[in-house]
Design a protein around this ligand. Sequence first.
Ligand SMILES: Nc1ncnc2c1ncn2[C@@H]1O[C@H](COP(=O)(O)OP(=O)(O)OP(=O)(O)O)[C@@H](O)[C@H]1O
Length: 239
Amino acid sequence: MAEVNGGEPLLKVRGLDGWYGESHVLHGVSLDLMEGETITLVGRNGAGKTSTLRAIMNLLPRREGEIHIDGRDMMKVPVHRTAHSGIGYVPEERGIFASLSVSENLMLPPKVAEGGMSVEEIFELFPNLAERRNSPGTKLSGGEQQMLAIARILRTGVRIILLDEPTEGLAPVIIQRIGDVLIELKKKGMTLLLVEQNFRFARKVADRFYLMEDGHILESFPTSQLDAKMGRLHEVVGV
Ligand SMILES: Nc1ncnc2c1ncn2[C@@H]1O[C@H](COP(=O)(O)OP(=O)(O)OP(=O)(O)O)[C@@H](O)[C@H]1O
């Protein structure tokens, strides 16, 4: 998409390093995410995918490098203001509040920008959440929790969503439903950064892939090259 628009990436990461205490886990990560684009980070466990998302959200204990969102220098933005720059994060553990209902969970994050989806629009996109609007978080299936975690971000008005392994542990029929939702969000112009090991799922939504190993980006390629890259992916990712 960069080539089509010729514009600046909506999210631009350059030479990003990250640490947990003494442990240096990200080594010069660079990536571009164009407006409306979906990219997928792949790599084996411990490659640094989650840490990359956390570093972008300013949730790592220490980071260095460059992160720009819509041209804005994010290294100077404190963590509680990150969402106000238009970026939301759905962590692997989903973060649903067990004692709160679906509706209450939905209403929790504050709006950070105009243009977020209304609760009615969200329930249209996720009819099963509408049916369960009064159910507590504890009563939701893994798939419903994942949908609620995504839905909750849509209300806030962010333009970029980082999703960490949204299909993990879910049944094929639910994975299909989440894929349909992400495709719908893409049609609405949402920009997505996925961490995902399920290539069959990722190929349906991703425009490009970034391959990570040991805290480095090894290469990036468009989804049209995924089949040709499978041998390499088996080697690096071990899938
Ligand atoms: N809270 C933490 N404290 C210390 N080290 C951590 C912490 N979280 C992750 N690490 C280390 O950082 C490195 C990168 O981990 P990260 O979770 O980013 O990888 P990943 O590619 O997302 O893998 P996974 O799919 O297992 O989450 C690993 O060596 C991991 O052990």
